[in-house]
Design a protein around this ligand. Structure first.
Ligand code: HGY
Ligand code: MN
Ligand code: MN
Length: 423
């Protein structure tokens, strides 16, 4: 059964979503020529919001920004001020990232609203499309600060976190036109929100391996981010005999191997990553005084995640101690596993069935704003196949056909949500 909205309108429903992600993949929507780096509260972020504002307005939405610099397009339902189905994802990227991780979910939301608008449809609920500014945490140490603000779950201390240039979130947000002092105003009331739907590339190989375009997410993995500092003694690289050094470098290498060994031996989808490592002061001819590195530990349950973190931290302290060094470990962020709403998953599966798509359920190893929005309302996630499962990499790719299918599935989902709400 075709969705009630006339999706044969004269725009490439869903296909345009991919083209718009591509359009935002270059400067001025990227901070770096020749690649996509769009971090929170940068001029590239501003340029992207200005373009999204135009596209949301053209689609029939009123558009506003909240105190956390979230961009929010609203398409009123049959009764003004009705509860909203929020469709959204993030507009920020990792450094030298892909074009679809985040933006695709926003552009598909805009296409879906435009299809409703062109068909003159007004569901019994409003539909909002949201572009969250900070999901990746690629500028400041913590991530998901924008969806946390909207869910009313942002720790005010996060506003004091500083980027590599020593600029705090609060300072950058103020300069961007946000309102850190009143960040609480960004929090939505549960009674205002019906549900949250996020369409996102799978960022993994399962759908492609099974020849499927779409999948229904069951739950999002638990994750912890930690910063480790192994402290030794800086020294002259030429005059200090090997036996007299307090070099944190080899110790850090042992720590990374310990992390790998513990995570390889784990179950429950346990994974661990050291994504950033810095030698201080960082000169050819200086034995580092300290080595700092990040740890990203994830698993399908918090229990497995925490057991691995504890084991890894114990080994780090033992390795440092055995070498007469000191280890400092700071927890930067903890996100519990987040199940998707069973009823919404069912509606998504029915939508896939309408399109003759198998109802493939799968967990998400990647974090998403949906895991934070689950504090506010029931959430659902639709996965879209991506080439080779590649993501956080400029080679990230999707097909127009899959994007068009995802948009149709979202529209069918809205039809079913409407039927449920009217029952
Ligand atoms: O790290 C993640 O899983 C997400 O891409 N921010
Ligand atoms: Mn993402
Ligand atoms: Mn990402």
């Amino acid at each position: 059964m075709e969705a009630k909205a006339d999706v044969s309108a004269d725009f490439d429903f869903g296909v345009r979503a991919k083209a718009r992600c591509d359009a935002l993949g270059v400067s001025p929507y990227s901070e770096v020529e020749g690649q996509l780096t769009r971090r929170f509260l940068t001029p590239a972020h501003e340029a992207a919001l200005e373009m999204l504002t135009r596209w949301m307005t053209d689609a029939g939405m009123s558009v506003r920004r909240d105190a956390a610099a979230n961009l929010i397009g609203r398409y009123e339902g049959a009764l003004p001020g009705a509860k909203a189905l929020i469709i959204g994802s993030h507009i920020d990227s990792v450094r030298n990232g892909g074009r679809y991780d985040g933006p695709l979910g926003i552009m598909l939301g805009i296409d879906v609203v435009e299809a409703l608008h062109r068909a003159g449809r007004r569901p019994p609920f409003a539909v909002e499309v949201v572009a969250f500014g900070d999901e990746e945490g690629s500028r400041f140490p913590a991530s998901m600060s924008c969806s946390r603000a909207m869910a009313g779950a942002l720790d005010p201390a996060a506003l004091e976190m500083k980027d590599a240039d020593g600029v705090s979130v609060a300072e950058a947000l103020t300069a961007f036109g946000g309102d850190p002092a009143n960040i609480a105003l960004a929090a939505r009331k549960p009674e205002e929100v019906l549900a949250f739907l996020e369409a996102h590339i799978e960022q993994g190989p399962v759908l492609e391996a099974e020849g499927l375009a779409l999948g229904v997410v069951t739950a999002i993995a638990a994750q912890k981010r930690l910063m480790v500092k192994i402290i030794g003694a800086a020294g002259h690289a030429g005059t200090t005999p090997m036996g007299l050094r307090k070099d944190p470098g080899p110790a850090a290498a042992e720590c990374v191997l310990a992390l790998e060994r513990i995570c390889r031996a784990g179950t429950d989808g346990l994974v661990g990553t050291v994504g950033r490592m810095t030698a201080l002061p960082g000169a050819f001819n200086v034995i580092p005084g300290a080595i700092e590195f990040s740890m990203d530990i994830r698993a399908e349950t918090s229990a497995t995640r925490d057991a691995a973190v504890d084991a890894i931290c114990a080994e780090i302290h033992a390795i440092a101690g055995a070498r007469g060094l000191k280890a400092e470990i700071h927890l930067m962020q903890a996100l519990a596993e987040s199940p998707c709403d069973p009823s919404l998953m069912g509606l998504l599966e029915e939508a896939l069935a309408d399109l003759s798509q198998p109802p493939r359920r799968l967990p998400s190893g990647a974090g998403h704003d949906a895991m934070v929005m689950a504090d506010l309302c029931p959430v659902a996630m639709l996965f879209v196949r991506c080439e080779g499962g590649i993501s956080h990499n400029p080679a990230e790719a999707v097909t127009e056909a899959d994007c068009a299918l995802a948009a149709k599935a979202m529209l069918h989902f809205i039809d079913k949500l409407e039927r449920r709400e009217r029952a």
